[in-house]
Design a protein around this ligand. Structure first.
Ligand SMILES: [Zn+2]
Length: 647
């Protein structure tokens, strides 16, 4: 979802579905041992397989009435003697049936209800509960206030009733188990509305049935697993703008079904954005795997929202802004297909969806648009010195969906992970692997890190620790000197939150500037006051740190210090040749008794040598082509790092 940027309001929609025929896809349990997100532990005594919601509604208020049926299976080893579920006490329960028998519902807490069973059900028993209820929940003024909202947007204003259930607000409009990890295997949402109105919803619109002269029932159905907070509907006097898209490289096509306000100016001004949905779906399919819900549909509905909500296969948006649409569509992978395992991991939904705005811009608007977006994101992150990407207070939805930390810093981590791995032919297949591995299930930050480590061969634990669980960012300063063809750079940094991270360990790029042409060199920085030595024949007249803005950082003073190599490197004035090499690097002028460490660009130590003479041969024949860092340490002298290349 997007709730924090100022967007003009637009209109409504959402929907529901009916499932026929084939068995729903199996949920992927993943490896998650997640902390539960339900209100009471007893809700985890059963596993939900199916939900049918059958309500009457209008676009004039939040008033709803009807029923909800839940099919589930007992997973508690000791059986089930009480059935717990969540429903707001703003809704009145009219009656309830457990396995077809009338049942009494007891209120346990403001949002928690239970039915005491006449006799306990053993483990693995299937059961079915239907609750009839009605009400008009009030107090909803936007995100995180109420799961069902009524408002208006557009010119002239269009009144809409719609649901926005993240993170804990499904219970405001239907009886539910609010568990991130217990996906509903399939669902039907039927909404009966006065004639003249339309209902947008999840999955396929199986039928529109005339109930009587004044009312139609919209019967939406999905056979894909869906999390509680992604079921939705929206009611308004919509008009539809629909077309079929084709998936790149296949004959498959899919319905793109949009519910917009009946205002000619909307198509006049925004048909391009609506037509771009097909391009976005194909692009994200290429990056992360085929659109997960390709047997159903995708669509956008307008609703009076200051942002958007990624309701499954039918996203709600407050405006037809292309990057907002890209954000919500990307959630169909990041959040819907693979859902964060716990609320603490919300960046896996929102940080990645925000980074998908970058990926959209990069593909369709070019590198400079992506650079500008990245610059904005990084500056937002650095608007405050601290804060973790991991959600520190899961009860506070404003923290769960904090724009600076969950969205922007999360997106920054996604980009820095890509930069760290430094190979899109590794990075994007790793993301596809993530979606294959945890398809229709859940994943944690640790799950993503494990896949990233495996795919890259790197040890990214420190990176994840420093940027997800710890706080702050680095401010780099540098001194440089050139003597003949020898360049020495001394890189230092302070951090904005030294009590959390005193020293960031990161790869970064530096640009050596010359009137004869610049060069960009990738280095790895894991020490304070680290010295780097390069052979470069052009007359150097400047230095720039992170010239393409790939990592969150500020830049301090960068100075030419001609005294640098003599007093600071002392007798450590090593030379290396040939560089790049094919077979071996030959080191000269290293102090006898040096320890020499060879690292890859992730900082992983590959080999360590001890040299008791002033020369050393570092074999390279069996090493992969690429860049390496060689660090020479001698007693208490500052270590010197050399940038090596292997052909
Ligand atoms: Zn989002």
């Amino acid at each position: 979802m997007e709730n924090f940027r100022n967007l003009s309001l637009a209109a409504i929609a959402l929907v529901l579905m009916t499932v026929y025929g084939a068995e729903a896809r199996k949920k992927n349990p993943g490896t998650v041992k997640a902390k539960t997100t339900v209100a009471t532990a007893e809700e985890d005594h059963y596993d939900v397989s199916y939900v049918k919601i059958d309500l009457s509604a209008t676009n004039l208020s939040t008033a709803i009435s009807g029923s909800s049926t839940t099919k589930a299976r007992v997973v508690n080893a000791a059986g089930l003697s009480e059935y717990y579920f969540e429903l707001s006490n703003q809704l009145t329960i009219d009656s309830a049936f457990f396995n077809g028998q009338p049942a009494t519902v007891l209120s346990v807490a403001p949002f928690v209800n239970k039915i005491e069973l006449a006799s306990s059900l053993p483990a693995n028993s299937a059961f079915e509960v239907t609750v009839y209820y009605h009400g008009a929940p009030t107090g909803g003024t936007g995100f995180f206030t109420n799961g069902i909202l009524n408002g208006s947007s557009g010119t002239p204003p269009v009144q809409v009733t719609h649901t926005v259930s993240a993170a804990y607000h499904s219970r405001d409009w239907f009886p539910c188990k609010q568990s991130l990890t217990d996906k509903i295997d399939s669902a039907d949402v039927w909404i009966t509305v006065p004639t003249g109105l339309k209902v947008a919803g999840n999955g396929l619109l199986k039928d529109v049935t005339s109930v009587d002269a004044a009312r139609n029932r919209f019967e939406w159905s999905t056979r894909y697993p869906v999390d509680y907070y992604l079921l939705s509907f929206a009611v308004a006097p919509y008009t539809e703008y629909n077309y079929f898209m084709h998936f790149t490289g296949s004959n498959d096509s899919m319905l793109v079904q949009n519910y917009i306000y009946d205002d000619p100016a909307i198509l006049l001004n925004h048909q391009d954005e609506l037509d771009s949905i097909a391009l976005m779906i194909n692009h994200f399919s290429a990056l992360f795997g085929k659109y997960p819900y390709h047997e159903e549909k995708v669509g956008v509905c307008l609703a009076p929202l200051g942002g958007g909500m990624e309701n499954q296969t039918m996203v709600s948006v407050g405006s037809l802004d292309a990057t907002l649409i890209a954000h919500e569509l990307s959630h169909q992978w990041w959040g819907n297909h693979v859902t964060c395992a716990t609320i603490k991991d919300m960046w896996l939904n929102e940080g990645w969806a925000t980074y998908c705005e970058h990926l959209f811009l990069e593909e369709f608007r070019g590198a400079s648009a992506a650079f500008t977006f990245r610059n904005t994101v990084f500056n937002q992150v650095m608007a405050n010195v601290g804060g973790t990407v991991e959600v520190s207070d899961t009860a506070n939805e404003l923290r769960v969906y904090d724009g600076r930390l969950t969205y922007y810093k999360g997106a920054a981590v996604a980009h820095m992970l890509r930069f760290y791995i430094n190979d899109d032919s590794v990075f994007f297949p790793m993301l596809r692997d993530y979606h294959d591995t945890y398809a229709f299930g859940n994943a944690s930050t640790a799950d993503l890190m494990t896949l990233a480590n495996q795919a890259s061969g790197m040890a990214l634990d420190t990176f994840f620790k420093q940027w997800i669980y710890k706080e702050g960012y680095p401010t780099y300063t540098a001194k440089w000197a050139q003597s003949g063809s020898q360049v020495v750079v001394k890189l230092s940094h302070t951090t904005s939150k030294p009590t959390s991270v005193p020293l960031f360990k990161m790869p970064l790029e530096i640009k050596l500037k010359s009137p004869q042409g610049d060069t960009v060199i990738r280095i790895y920085n894991d020490q304070s006051g680290q010295l780097y030595s390069f052979t470069w024949n052009r007359p150097m007249n400047g230095l720039q740190i992170d010239p393409d803005n790939h990592i969150v950082n500020k830049q301090g003073a960068i100075t030419n210090d001609p005294t640098l190599d003599v007093p600071e490197t002392g007798k450590l004035r090593p030379a290396v040749y040939p560089n790049p090499t094919r077979d071996a690097w030959y080191l000269r002028h290293i102090p006898a008794g040096s320890t020499v460490r060879l690292q890859d660009m992730s900082g992983r130590t590959l080999k360590t040598f001890y040299s008791d003479t002033e020369t050393l041969v570092v074999p390279a024949a069996d090493m992969a082509a690429g860049n390496y860092i060689l660090t020479i340490s001698h007693r208490n002298d500052p270590p010197v790092s050399l940038h090596l290349s292997k052909n």
